[in-house]
Design a protein around this ligand. Structure first.
Ligand code: FNR
Length: 343
């Protein structure tokens, strides 16, 4: 199995596979505020990941590149990101580090959007030189390092040795010239992992929780014999976000929520729980598949409108004010918090 055909299979199977259960956000409800004293036209969506200022908290999370067929996908995603001023991550650039012919499938994102915020992406087990090369390839504004041990273990050709990952993350943080974001790909980060990453000096963690794209199911489609017990593995995005906020209390590490984000109210809930930004991958990919760039632009507009309606209804004029909105955590997510000592 070549790396390029794996990239195409990931796109196809991610689109054909159902979410890994709930993202947990239906357990979280805002306390409706009938006297909001807000003004919809005056709302601000500005936020930041560390020093990186963003005009919207929503960004297109890492998906693709690395096979000839993926260049048009990255081009269309980058056009949408440019038109709506959203940050955008590319998929893992390892393919282009090994094979220069694949570079264009990633650099198209910078060609299309020369002034936009672009995140480079590689696995957390790469060398410092590879990490630097990934950033340079895109003149990237930040570097995402993905942690995906379960995906690798289910993937027939995946990595089997994770002993040096923390060491590598620390070395990369110390030597790349841009902020480093460490992310999961749909199984979530626990509070303990978030604390360790904070000690390594990362700028941001992206919880990459369960409830959307299900890489256990995707990799199982690529195996002769499926490992079916992993279909519901991992922390939901809501659980992982609550763990991260609890673990980081008082520390200056930015938190990104992602994993199964469906609409602007999910975004509002993630921000209210303390996230600084919110990544969307699978939902935007499906909308693009069904209707191309025009549909994706309309979807991004709907996300923004829904987020702003929620903010106006709650009396929150800014992302910072949204953090003070009253909410109630119930159901399985509440149970998780009790058992994990999160108050
Ligand atoms: C991904 N994701 C991903 N993440 C990463 O860090 N590097 C990568 O190369 C990829 N590749 C990739 C391909 C495809 C087709 C999809 C849909 C996703 C994971 C992605 O960034 C995100 O963490 C998860 O998909 C969870 O978010 P959603 O999809 O539930 O919104």
């Amino acid at each position: 199995m070549s790396r390029a055909s794996r990239k195409v299979e990931h796109l196809r199977y991610a689109l054909e596979t159902d979410p890994a259960g709930s993202n947990g956000f239906d357990d979280i409800r805002f306390v409706h505020h009938a006297l909001p004293a807000s003004s919809y036209p005056a709302l601000s969506l500005h936020t930041a990941i560390g020093e990186l200022a963003m005009s919207s908290p929503i960004f297109l999370n890492a998906m693709t590149g690395g096979a000839p067929e993926t260049e048009t996908v990255n081009r269309d995603l980058a056009v949408a990101a440019r038109e709506r001023g959203l940050a955008m991550a590319v998929g893992s650039q390892t393919a282009a580090l090994r094979d220069p012919a694949m570079r264009r499938t990633f650099t198209v994102v910078r060609r299309v959007n020369p002034d936009g915020i672009v995140f480079a992406n590689v696995g957390a087990n790469v060398t410092v030189e590879e990490a630097r090369a990934a950033v340079e390839m895109l003149e990237a504004d930040a570097l995402q390092l993905h942690l995906n041990p379960l995906q690798e273990l289910i993937m027939p050709e995946g990595d089997r040795d994770f002993r040096r990952v923390e060491e590598r993350v620390a070395a990369i943080v110390a030597s790349v010239p841009v902020p480093v974001i460490v992310k999961e790909v749909g199984f979530g980060l626990s509070g303990d992992v978030v604390r360790r990453l904070a000690r390594l000096g990362v700028t941001a963690v992206d919880v990459g929780g369960r409830g959307g794209t299900n890489f256990a199911a995707v990799e199982n489609r690529r195996r002769a014999v499926a490992l079916r017990g992993f279909d519901r593995w991992g922390l939901t995005t809501a659980e992982s976000l609550l763990e991260a906020m609890h673990a980081l209390e008082g520390r200056s590490v930015a938190v990104i929520a992602s994993g199964g984000i469906r609409h602007g109210v999910d975004v509002a809930k993630a921000l209210a729980l303390g996230a600084d930004a919110v990544g969307v991958a699978g939902r935007f990919l499906r909308v693009w598949r069904d209707g191309g760039v025009p549909a994706l632009l309309a979807e991004i507009d709907a996300f923004h409108e829904e987020l702003k309606v929620a903010m106006a209804a709650l009396g929150a004029g800014t992302v910072a004010a949204l953090r003070r909105a009253a909410l109630v955590v119930s159901g399985a997510t509440y149970h998780w918090c009790v058992l994990r000592g999160i108050d």
